[in-house]
Write a protein that binds this ligand. Structure first.
Ligand code: SF4
Ligand code: SF4
Length: 56
């Protein structure tokens, strides 16, 4: 399991520098590498658009 960024992402860039393991990649919509995410939840707490949630 890993955190996932949904279509509410507005590519603001806030989350990418907060990830301690560098699992977030930039793009039109940002994305999280599930093999690197440690589920710390930091990115979800800083996203101003609530676009990041724990995947199922
Ligand atoms: S939950 Fe933590 S490890 Fe996973 S992408 Fe977000 S900041 Fe990175
Ligand atoms: S903080 Fe939220 S809106 Fe901003 S780039 Fe990350 S996922 Fe997208």
């Amino acid at each position: 399991m890993a955190y996932v960024i949904n279509d509410d992402c507005v590519a603001c860039g806030t989350c990418i520098d907060e990830c301690p393991v560098g699992a977030i990649s930039a793009g039109d919509k940002y994305s999280i590498n599930p093999d690197e995410c440690t589920e710390c939840g930091t990115c979800a707490s800083v996203c101003p658009n609530e676009a990041i949630h724990l995947g199922e």
